[in-house]
Design a protein around this ligand. Structure first.
Ligand SMILES: [Ca+2]
Ligand SMILES: [Ca+2]
Ligand SMILES: [Ca+2]
Ligand SMILES: [Ca+2]
Length: 475
């Protein structure tokens, strides 16, 4: 997650102009701290640094630590940085005898907070408590620290975020300094001179964040009947360009049949789903704008899409698994989605004129667990009972399930794919074959690679048949 770096554009003089021994900080005689120095662009900042700390103090309400694993619970690097960031701008004043949110308001208390330790440890106890280990300069990553492990006022610690540039002579770090309070700024490696000996250390319980794997080919697959010829089409976003393409049926998946219907920006949209929300016989798209959480309707014109209309004012980033179909049996397509926070599945009833019911009018059609499902789509009717159905993948098992529509919601699920569907990077559902039964078009690809597109035809009894390759590459 990108974060503002307050000191990034500031011209910083890294020379320490005053030798500030941490020993100057005296608890009994009042804590010596200067007012925070405003970092205005172009300003030359006189670096005032250093630390010191009060005694080891357990965090109230936390289990008394008896081992390193309990002192330092597992935490990701991005969580450490987020926690460090959370104390910025709060106006907290350096004070070895004060606490905020259970942690001591000094250098080691601040790092203890960022690492979510069960005690505010001190510079000379991080290692002896089994929390930290020494690492090399070259191993430093976000959430590690530069530590002077001297006792009391001679010790200090700063959190490492990232190198300033490839020379690795200075870094951007967080610290609770005796003279500048909580600050996020550029620090010469390993630390400002005159403050003792610093070495790079790692909290052994800090884990690397899971890599963000992007789907490099086509993403946000969805399907519907856009061209008015009663043959379903596939719609997908090209990751490299953010363009939206329509792959016309019956040659769904063929590059030769694709038509540009969105010129850019579609990488900023999520939860793209298709259905006819204005009852004109042509399917429309709905999609969430990631930056605002708004839900938009893009009416299908038969040859492309009309300009978008806002149909949900916000909060749609908290919803996933969007699908469109008629799930209350009134002949009008509705929007369904699962709520990430509660795992509930909701139906937002379609009015037939392009709008849907709001938050107050939504109907719960699934009581929980839907946040454990992935890629929920409505391919139409899968079992020839005339009612739209849902298909989705269970994240924990990779199994594919059918949830039959019953006119007021969906019934209990039936397994229609025994596993491996987590390896499918995306799929869309519609009747591609023209037999009145919903089918799936799915991309099989290795992680981080493009793949091929396959058609899984609906059998008519709710299941799907064996895959047929319909897109040879780039998916
Ligand atoms: Ca329409
Ligand atoms: Ca309906
Ligand atoms: Ca059905
Ligand atoms: Ca079919």
């Amino acid at each position: 997650m990108p974060r503002p770096v307050a000191a990034r554009s500031v011209s910083v003089t890294l020379a320490v102009t005053a030798s500030l021994s941490c020993g100057l900080v005296s608890v009994g005689g009042g804590v010596a701290h200067a007012a925070p120095v405003p970092l205005t662009p172009g300003a030359t900042v006189r670096q005032l640094a250093g630390g010191g700390q009060g005694p080891v103090t357990p965090v109230p309400g936390r289990r008394t630590a008896v081992g390193a694993a309990e002192t330092a619970p597992s935490i990701t690097r991005s969580e450490v940085i987020d926690r460090a960031q959370s104390w910025l701008g709060k106006g907290l004043k350096y004070n070895q005898g004060e606490y905020y949110a259970g942690y001591r308001t000094d250098c080691s208390g601040y790092v203890s907070m960022a690492w979510r330790l069960s005690s505010s440890l001190t510079t000379d106890t991080f290692a002896s408590a089994g929390v930290t280990e020494s690492i090399s300069k070259g191993d430093l990553k976000a959430g590690d620290a530069l530590l002077n492990d001297a006792v009391r006022d001679d010790g200090h610690v700063a959190l490492f975020e990232k190198w300033t540039d490839s020379s690795h002579t200075s870094y951007i770090g967080y610290e609770f300094s005796s003279r500048q309070d909580v600050i996020h700024h550029e620090i010469p490696y390993p630390y400002f001179s005159g403050h003792g000996t610093f070495e790079p250390v790692r909290n052994k319980s800090v884990t690397d964040d899971a890599p963000v794997i992007t789907d490099p080919g086509m993403t946000n697959l969805t399907a519907g009947e856009f061209s008015g010829d009663r043959v379903a089409d596939l719609v997908a976003t090209e990751v490299s360009t953010g363009k939206l393409w329509l792959y016309k049926g019956p040659k769904v998946g063929a590059l030769s049949s694709r038509v540009l219907i969105g010129t850019g920006g579609w990488n900023g949209m999520a939860n793209v789903a298709a259905g006819d929300l204005n009852s004109d016989g042509k399917d429309d798209l709905v999609a969430t704008e990631k930056s605002t959480g708004k839900l938009f309707l893009y009416k299908g014109t038969g040859t492309g899409l009309a300009s978008r209309v806002e149909i949900g004012t916000g909060g749609w980033n908290g919803m996933t698994n969007l699908f469109v179909g008629d799930f209350n049996g009134d002949g009008k397509d509705d929007v369904g989605a699962s709520e990430e926070s509660s795992g509930k599945l909701f139906l937002y009833k379609g009015t037939g004129n392009g709008t849907i019911s709001g938050l107050s009018g939504r109907v719960e059609i699934g009581t929980g667990g839907w946040n454990g499902m992935n890629k929920v789509v409505s391919p139409g009717d899968m079992n020839k009972d005339g009612k739209d159905d849902l298909v989705g993948t269970e994240k924990s098992t990779g199994k594919l399930f059918l949830y039959k529509g019953d006119g007021s919601g969906v019934t209990s699920r039936v397994e229609i794919g025994t596993g491996g569907w987590n390896g499918i990077s995306g799929y869309a559902g519609a009747d591609f074959s023209g037999d009145g039964v919903g089918d799936l078009a799915a991309v099989k690809s290795d992680t981080g690679e493009t793949g091929k597109l396959y058609l899984y035809k609906g059998t008519g009894n709710g299941g799907i048949g064996d895959p047929t390759e319909i897109g040879t590459g780039g998916w």
